[in-house]
Design a protein around this ligand. Structure first.
Ligand SMILES: Nc1ncnc2c1ncn2[C@@H]1O[C@H](COP(=O)(O)OP(=O)(O)OP(=O)(O)O)[C@@H](O)[C@H]1O
Length: 225
């Protein structure tokens, strides 16, 4: 019987470290991420979760090690141009334009992709914002803004999702919707990276807990107790 080689991971994080202000924030991280996988990043404030996501997005270069996509370093010029088209980024900066309607906010991104804008309304409806589609985005609550960001993920439809604190401000139903769209995205072979402090149910996810960078000092709360 012929010996089969295991498939090459879509993304390989190979012994990656990152320095910030002459200090090591991330040290020797390794991960093999295949299509349909999810990697959940946890760790205390300042442990480097966002820094790690930024490296995965190619915004910051590792100070050591490399991140490979299909076997190629994502920071090399020719590769990055292709790689960035695979990414969908969700962060606390929501990039929502208050003067546009909810629908226009999603359609705008879809049209930028050169698409016809037809996925926007179904995405908004799935995220429970259908009746607000024609309202200005400035009317939205925090949780509704987060739902709008998630609708944008669905409408743009790129394979690699980088989600920084996606459940912040969502109610219980919103968190279930988030879990649902992550599961559906993975079924289609999509990859999801999630940095979070809050529990999110993601089946068979890999978990990476970044170590605390500094010894914990006593806080006011410790002193009170
Ligand atoms: N642009 C920057 N320049 C210098 N240092 C930075 C920069 N961005 C982040 N840092 C530092 O890198 C460290 C890790 O920050 P990062 O935002 O990645 O942490 P995090 O785990 O996402 O934290 P949180 O849970 O608070 O969101 C922090 O000490 C932070 O001060």
């Amino acid at each position: 019987m012929p010996i089969r080689k295991p498939p090459f991971p879509r993304i390989l994080v190979n012994n990656v470290s990152c320095m910030r202000n002459a200090q090591t924030v991330i040290r020797n991280i390794n991960a093999s991420v295949h299509d349909g996988s999810a990697l959940v990043l946890t760790g205390s404030n300042g442990s480097g979760k966002t820094t790690f996501l930024r490296m995965l997005a190619g915004f910051s270069r590792p100070s050591a090690g490399e991140i490979l996509w299909n076997g190629h370093d994502i920071t090399s010029a020719g590769v990055f141009q292709q790689y960035k088209l695979q990414l969908n980024w969700l962060s606390l900066k929501d990039a929502i334009k208050d003067k546009l309607t909810v629908l226009e906010n999603v359609q705008w991104f879809e049209l930028l992709e050169g698409k016809d804008g037809k996925k926007s309304l179904p995405a908004i409806e799935l995220m429970g914002l259908g009746r607000l589609a024609n309202d200005k985005a400035r009317m939205l609550s925090m949780g509704q803004r987060k739902r709008l960001q998630l609708a944008r993920l669905l409408a743009i439809d790129r394979p690699i999702w980088l989600l920084d604190e996606p459940s912040v401000a969502l109610d219980a139903e919103g968190v279930h919707l988030l879990e649902y769209i992550i599961a559906e995205h993975r079924k289609k072979g999509g990859i999801v990276f999630v940095a979070t402090h809050l529990p999110i149910e993601i089946e068979d996810a890999m978990n990476l807990r970044l170590p605390q960078r500094f010894p914990r000092r006593k806080t006011f709360v410790d002193l009170v107790h």
